[in-house]
Design a protein around this ligand. Structure first.
Ligand SMILES: [Zn+2]
Length: 191
């Protein structure tokens, strides 16, 4: 049943704006969502989906929000079952150390680096991938801690009233920042 609906949605391609798959006993998010760039409303209410698929993360990234409505209550997605994880520091590569230094100096408008960077398009390319730490605001390149921040939903979102907190993805630069985090921020670990 869910498959038939998805095939129909896929036939619509970029013209498909709404996908409704509520109560279909689905155990994962359909990865075919990535082929629906025009999707505005996704309803996965009351399924058995335990986690978000990478395709849905692409659709719901807040910098680049395409979905206007997303219903996913009554899935085991939002169960908070935290446990204390071992903090294993990753050794940074020379590239990570250098990129962090360059990005953070550029953010301070260091005049020497700002001049030098003009001569090195490859370096500009590398650091264009840099991301900000949600705690200290500093930059990092490829090594980070992936976390979720549970926040009350914005009043502008069309979501059901019984949903009190929604998880937003946040990235942190180090365990130093992780240990200073808000209590509503949880690290994500591989099972
Ligand atoms: Zn940080």
């Amino acid at each position: 049943m869910a498959e038939r609906l998805l095939i129909g949605a896929l036939k619509g391609g970029k013209n498909t704006k709404i996908v409704t798959l509520n109560g279909k006993k689905m155990t994962k998010m359909p990865s075919t969502l990535a082929k629906l760039p025009g999707l505005k409303t996704l309803d996965l209410y009351n399924n058995l989906i335990p986690k978000a698929c990478p395709e849905i993360s692409a659709l719901t990234q807040f910098q680049n929000l395409k979905l206007r409505e997303f219903y996913c209550e009554d899935n085991p997605l939002f169960l908070k079952r935290p446990f204390v994880a071992e903090q294993r520091e990753v050794i940074w590569s020379l590239k990570e150390i250098t990129s962090r230094f360059v990005m953070n100096e550029l953010a301070k408008n260091n005049p020497i680096l700002m001049d030098a960077i003009e001569q090195y398009p490859e370096v500009r390319n590398i650091i264009s991938e840099g991301k900000n730490c949600a705690i200290c605001g500093k930059f990092f390149l490829t090594i980070w801690l992936e976390c979720v921040h549970f926040v009350p939903p914005s009043k502008n979102w069309k979501i059901s009233k019984n949903l009190q907190l929604v998880p937003l993805r946040v990235l942190l630069c180090s365990y130093k920042c992780f240990n200073q985090r808000d209590p509503e921020i949880f690290g994500i670990s591989q099972e």
